[in-house]
Structure formats: C-alpha cells, structure tokens
Design a protein around this ligand. Structure first.
Ligand code: HEM
Length: 235
C-alpha cells in the first residue's frame, strides 16, 4: 500500500510504500527476548554480587535472595525457549527473518558492511544507505549475539544441572567438566553478562540513530512490523 510522506533529506512529496518487514513471531520474540535479557542481567548481577542487606529478622525468616535466583531461573527458561523459536523462524519466516540475512556469503554484503561502518562510526555524509530488513553489518552482529545466547544458555544450564534433577538441565551436565569445573563456568557466565549489557546499549543507540538519519520508522517497525520505502523492493 502506497503512503504519501515527507522525510528530511528526501524529495518533498515523494511517494512512500509500506513494507511489512517484521512478522508477528519476530516481534514477539524480540520483546520477550529484550525483557528476559534485562531481568537476567539484573538478577544475574545480584547473584554474582549480592547486596549486604541487614535485617532485624533471622536469616531463615527472609527469602529475598531465593526469590532473585528463582526469577533468574524462570526467566532463563523463557529466554531459552524463545531463542529456540527464533532459530526455527530463521528457516520458515519471511525473507527478512531468514538465516541468509545473518551470514554474509555474497560480496555485496561485505561492501554493505564497509558502508555501514563508515556511516555508523565515521558518520560519513553521502553514505546514505537504505536497507529494508537488517543491514549486512547488523545481520552479522545479530548472528554473533545468537552465538552468545547459545553460550549463555549452555553455561547457564550447566550450572543449573548441579541444582536440579530435571531432565533438561541434566542434559547439559557434561559441559561443566570440559570447561574446567563449576567456578570456571560461573566466571564465563558472568563475563558474558557484560556482552549483553554492551549489546543493549549499542543496539538501542543505533536504532534511534538510524531512525533519525533515515526517517523511515526504524523504531516503530519492531512494534507494528512496517517500514517505509521510497524505492521498489520485493516484499
Ligand atoms: C542473558 C542471559 C543471562 C545472563 C545475562 C545471566 C547472568 C548471570 C550472572 C551474572 C550470574 C552470576 C554469576 C556469578 O557472578 O557468580 C548468573 C548465575 C546463574 N545463571 Fe545466569 N544469566 C543468563 C542466562 C541464564 C540461563 C539461560 C540459565 C539457564 C538455566 C542461567 C542459569 C544460571 C545459574 C544456574 C546461575 C547460578 C546461580 C547460583 O549459583 O545461585 N542463566 N547468571
């Protein structure tokens, strides 16, 4: 459906087309993942560096740390299954959701990555780049973040396997000895939390930055699914 719109830097009166980019499962995955990562970082940080709260009551009469751990574990399951759904959707979703967007196999994707670096880091003028789905660099970064999700799930469930008799965490018990024991797994699990914190900061900044320079609804696209395009692209 064509829509009349005007954005700074474009021809006044230019005709814009709505493109349905992010399907409902992708949007749902995105927001469930965002919320889970925030909860996991906050509760994980507290588990690694517990608050020294003094109470007048006896230790056995309070359970705040238990609640923090419980929240971490429940959210971890949500995070993990949500991630599995996204992996599946990479095979059956629309052209913008598929795995081909995440792994740069064509020379054009590498050229686009250089362009995006010039635009995002050097803020080079005249590097106007319009992509409808992810740009090639964002795709690679998301692929690396999927690897980080996998690593955090593997180390998390490996740690959990020593606290649970349930079959799912027990499936990951073999990871602890090959990574050098509980202490090492916990250290790696902690270090990766900082990757997530850094990722969220840079990701949110870039979404707003691209929204500002492109004026095509980058931010709202993850709510409604639509972006705007002044050229012909296949849907
Ligand atoms: C974004 C994802 C996640 C982040 C940022 C995160 C972060 C953390 C952090 C920082 C710690 C404390 C480590 C320390 O310093 O001692 C921790 C502990 C732990 N995490 Fe995660 N975590 C995530 C996902 C998961 C997943 C998927 C599981 C799977 C069950 C999990 C299970 C655990 C367990 C069992 C502990 C140890 C709890 C304890 O010993 O009391 N985490 N997490």
């Amino acid at each position: 459906m064509a829509t009349k719109a005007f954005v700074e830097g474009s021809r006044p009166g230019a005709s814009f087309r709505r493109v349905y980019v992010w399907e409902f499962p992708v949007r749902l995955y995105h927001w469930v993942n965002a919320l889970s990562v925030v909860v996991l970082c906050v509760t994980g940080y507290l588990i690694g560096k517990p608050l020294a709260i003094t109470y007048s009551s006896e230790a056995y009469q309070q359970y705040w740390f238990g609640t923090v751990r419980f929240l971490h574990f429940v959210t971890a399951f949500v995070f993990f299954f949500n991630f599995l759904v996204r992996i599946y959707w990479g095979f059956v979703g629309n052209a913008y959701a598929r795995w081909t967007n995440f792994i740069p196999t064509k020379p054009a994707q590498w050229r686009e990555m250089v362009k995006v670096l010039k635009l995002d880091i050097l803020q080079a003028h005249g590097q106007r780049l319009i992509t409808i789905g992810h740009n090639a660099l964002a795709g690679v970064i998301y692929f690396l973040s999927f690897l980080a999700f996998l690593f955090q799930s593997l180390t998390g469930f490996a740690l959990y396997s020593s606290m649970s008799h349930s079959w799912l965490p027990r499936m990951f018990a073999w990871i602890t000895p090959i990574m050098g024991g509980d202490f090492a797994v916990r250290q790696w699990h902690h270090v990766f939390m900082w990757f997530f914190i850094l990722f969220v900061l840079v990701h949110v900044y870039l979404v707003f930055y691209h929204d500002y320079i492109e004026g095509r609804g980058t931010t709202s696209s993850m709510v409604g699914g639509w972006k705007f395009d002044s050229e012909k692209h296949d849907e």
